[in-house]
Design a protein. Sequence first.
Length: 365
Amino acid sequence: MSCQSGCGESIDFCMLDYPCSYLPEMKTRMYYRYMRHASKSLAGELVRRGWRRFGCYFFHPICAGCNGCKSLRIDVEGFRLSRSQKRVMKKNRSTMLYVRKPGMTREHIDLYNRFHKYKSETSDWKYTPITPQLYYENFVDGAHDYGKEVLYFIDDKLVGVDLIDLTDDGISSVYFYYDPDYGRYSLGVYSLLMQIHFARQMGLRWIYLGYWVEGCKSFAYKTNYRPLEILEGFPPLEEEPRWEPWLTSCPALTLFDEPKPSPKSVTITQKGGTMPTTPLEIAVVEELLHRWDPIGLFDDPAIPRDEYDLYAPPIARMVATGCDEEALFERLKSIRVDMMLLEADDAWDRAIAKKILESLHKERP
């Protein structure tokens, strides 16, 4: 398919290099294609090849010396809810949804700016209040017949806005923002689960998540939705994109999703010798993570007590290799905020980090 057959006229251009938001030591350069009248078919073909859309602008990175941005998509047919995701669905039983063509009200602008102000305070995002003109250009203009917004209401209050594109084979996640005061509802998780629900209802196979960058905490949550496929690069329209299963192409990128260790000790090599992590120490961490319980699972005694166990071995290994309380706190905070998309709770995370260190140091001679 050619661009001319689906967009009429287009203007291609790129920006000068600027600091990368994902890898602080790198520079970013974006390639843009401005299309006033991009068809649904063309938009879908570009999304399948790793392009993103804001307004009438389609774009992808062309950074010199870096190919860190990979495209991810969820296989809707194979997706199954985890226990924590079922918990999120249960918490949102009274949340109301309304799907419509993207719009702009004062509520949209205020909610967007509140969300970004919150992220600047909790995740080091740069904060500049968005203007109505810029919001319109990014999230309302260019939607045509395939861009939609999903409005989330709790007690008749707008608490979340999910902007999506409906393509021929899936749903492209454009942008989601929410009210930080409703962080306990895990609305970021819920919005993606509802995208999967919509895709199944419409017979669509994929949820296109946009980019994932190894080491970027803001993207870590995307690996919680399996099975995934990954795309390297941005092939032209004349070439078929080669999506590959996540585990086949990236076996080393399952940062927190580690298999449980065997009953034998796990030995960690470090300067000056080895430090074994024993099953007892892992069990101690598991029990403390149950007490930590950021999702609030164990308010219900019927829920199996293994939801957080996959985090225990790497945390035990951190302690075995000599991490301090601050490093352990940052790991717990990252799991809560970046992996689980929950509201920060620094005081509780610090308390659990301290307790883990104290408990494991007692286990060691």
